[in-house]
Design a protein around this ligand. Structure first.
Ligand code: AMP
Length: 170
């Protein structure tokens, strides 16, 4: 299935010089969305994930159905001030701006195998911060799966030897 047909390029959003990849046509199409989730889930299954983690907010769109498909739990990594219990936090650079991410300290168990799911790998800052949070809790990131990767930003260099699967490269 040609998922590329379901991605809309929006120039200069949210600011000049950024070509925004709008995934809403893809998730709004039953067949395309199911196809993408099945592909992502196949990767997480092959990595024998114990739990799926997804960063705020588009990581929730892809991570939760992957977890459901594999009969696994999902752990959200959220913007600060959203999680009600004790968190670990990490601040990092975005392709546009900076961000802080937080995770509940008790959701990830030491030794667990974690697959991270997100919509798009750009500079890799978000995923690098997410990996650091998971590893600080004693778990292992056994893979990262993305719908889209912006190859020219070389975000995968930040993930070093962690296996990566991406459905669409630009
Ligand atoms: P990064 O930390 O640079 O890898 O980017 C993190 C997040 O920012 C991605 O998961 C996307 O949700 C969003 N993002 C960054 N660049 C783009 C883009 N060109 N189009 C759409 N979303 C983007």
């Amino acid at each position: 299935m040609d998922l590329n047909a379901y991605i809309t390029n929006v120039p200069d959003f949210p600011k000049e010089g950024i070509q925004f990849k709008d995934i809403t046509p893809l998730i709004g199409d039953a067949e395309a969305f199911r196809f993408a989730i099945n592909e992502m889930a196949a990767f997480a299954r092959a990595k024998e994930a114990d739990v799926i983690v997804g960063p705020d907010a588009r990581g929730f769109i892809f991570g939760t159905p992957v977890a459901y498909a594999l009969n696994l739990g999902f752990v959200p990594v959220r913007k600060p001030g959203k999680l009600p219990r004790e968190t670990l936090e990490k601040t990092y650079d975005l392709e546009y701006g900076t961000n802080t991410l937080a995770i509940h300290k008790t959701e990830i168990k030491p030794g667990q195998k974690v697959v991270i799911a997100d919509d798009l790998l750009a500079t890799g800052g978000t995923i690098e911060a997410t990996v650091e949070l998971i590893e600080a809790l004693g778990a292992h990131v056994v893979g990262c799966v993305f719908l889209i990767e912006l190859d020219f930003l070389e975000g995968r260099k930040k993930l070093k030897s962690i296996p990566i699967k991406t459905l669409l490269h630009y």
